[in-house]
Design a protein around this ligand. Structure first.
Ligand code: ARG
Length: 463
């Protein structure tokens, strides 16, 4: 099989070398972007008078035949043509004859591949933004239902202070909001056209890169041809944003795993999102959040792998850069799966508010509130902290909770205690008392919910 670059060679390529250097096994994923880019390129070439209108039309006709074959699965990818660019160009020439050889005028695979990947990522990132919003909507719905559902809030995974379930889950709304903002912001940099940079230095043909950008919907054009073919920041930025998003989803997954355990029983995941055991008939395993948690590893790995590939590369294109693709595709697929499962998993989970309530009734997470109570009665916070610590110790020794002590027992510690202490110790009161901005009182959460809804609407307008 003759190579598009075969002119300078006198020997056939070693078969193993062919396999080793090819990227068609994975870059065929870019087929549609590659053809879209070529269609815009020939359109621009003809408008600039570099090729005739007839040639342009003939090439476009050929490209659409190739596209159909690819979409119908009929296209035969050939490793001897190395990558998607040369597979398509060869197929085009087979389809329409030598005029197909004009397609590659004024461009190189270096600016071509960069263009394909920019197009691919812009498309994917927009999808991810929409999918994150679906997760956020599922969170909002659960939050609205559980404004007054009290559960223990934890620090160090030790009971800390009672919080509303809405407050807990809304914390994730804001993490995803930032993830979305990062993706949105990254579009500025990935929606930039490399095509027309040539191999590295530009081209002698009188091309119009801004016209190509316009045809492909790019917002801007790389101002430096060497940067255009060497830059992989846009992929790194995607991998880094994806890592952070995955980390957030993984933390939420971890909570789902813990909450659905026998020990917690705070939620039950819907049967349709769980799997069973081949040996233990009673098991209902949270495989989806577990796998999501685990897949965070490969997403981080892809980021580190590309950072390492790039760190020692001189300008401009180096074959090393072909290693940018598999990680990018893998991360995109991993995010696709995770985001699409997370939204319905949140929406369908059963929040067991009675169990949550029971948990807060059986802990000391109201201790800070009696400390604050004594402060309001004139004691310094340090002194009251010390005293409540002793009261908690006393309770532990007596096998009681703070609400079980009598007023007489309280008064032995300090006469400042009155009957009203029992009211402030109730978990709902404890939660409701945190009225500071961003706190867990239902009225603060209502404000938070309103703000969250506004954010979702604003996003709708941007994307
Ligand atoms: N398959 C190549 C890649 O993905 C395309 C660019 C090849 N350029 C070259 N000069 N060999 O990086």
């Amino acid at each position: 099989m003759s190579k598009l670059w075969g002119g300078r060679f006198t020997k056939q390529t070693n078969k193993l070398v062919e396999e080793y250097t090819a990227s068609i096994q994975f870059d065929k994923e870019l087929a549609e972007e590659d053809i879209e880019g070529s269609l815009a390129h020939v359109q621009m070439l003809s408008e600039c008078g570099v090729i005739t209108k007839n040639d342009m039309e003939e090439i476009k006709r050929g490209l659409s035949i190739v596209l159909e074959k690819i979409q119908s699965g009929e296209f035969e990818y050939d490793v001897s043509h190395e990558d998607i660019h040369m597979n398509i160009e060869n197929a085009l020439i087979e389809e329409i004859g030598p005029v197909g050889g004009k397609l590659h005028t004024g461009r190189s695979r270096n600016d071509q591949v960069a263009t394909d990947m920019h197009m691919y990522l812009v498309k994917k990132v927009k999808q991810f933004i929409t999918h994150i919003e679906l997760v956020q909507e599922a969170i909002l719905t659960q939050a609205e239902e559980h404004l007054e559902t009290v559960l223990p809030g934890y620090t160090h995974l030790q009971r800390a202070q009672p919080v509303s379930f809405a407050h807990h889950i809304l914390a994730y709304f804001w993490m995803f909001e930032r993830d979305k903002e990062r993706f949105q912001d990254s579009l500025k940099r990935s929606n930039m056209l490399p095509l027309g940079a040539g191999a590295l230095a530009g081209t002698t043909f009188p091309i119009d890169r801004h016209r190509t950008a316009e045809l492909l919907g790019f917002d801007s054009v790389y101002p430096n041809s060497m940067d255009a073919v060497s830059d992989r920041d846009f992929i790194l930025e995607f991998l880094s944003n994806a890592s952070m998003l995955m980390m957030h989803m993984s933390r939420l997954s971890e909570e789902m795993v813990i909450w659905s355990s026998q020990e917690f029983q705070f939620i039950e995941l819907d049967d349709s999102f769980c799997t069973g055991s081949s040996i233990m008939p009673q098991k209902k395993n949270p495989d989806v959040p577990e796998l999501l948690r685990a897949k965070t590893g490969r997403v981080y790995g892809n980021l580190f792998s590309l950072l390492t590939v790039l760190k020692g590369l001189p300008l401009a294109y180096n074959k090393d850069m072909q290693e940018d693709k598999e990680g990018m595709f893998d991360t995109a697929k991993t995010l696709d799966g995770a985001l699409q499962l997370l939204a319905p998993m949140i929406a369908t989970m059963n929040v067991k508010k009675e169990n949550m309530k029971q948990a807060v009734n059986e802990d000391y997470s109201n201790a800070t509130d009696i400390a604050d109570y004594l402060v309001n009665k004139g004691m310094t916070f340090r002194k009251s902290h010390e005293m409540i610590g002793k009261i908690v110790l006393h309770c532990i020794q007596e096998n009681k909770y703070l609400l079980d002590l009598s007023l007489d027992e309280y008064k032995k510690f300090t006469p400042l205690f009155e009957e009203d202490v029992f009211e402030i110790l109730k978990p709902y009161h404890v939660m409701n008392a945190r009225k500071s901005y961003g706190g867990t009182s239902p009225e603060q959460i209502q404000n938070q919910l309103n703000l969250a809804k506004e954010h979702l609407k604003v996003e709708e307008r941007i994307t």
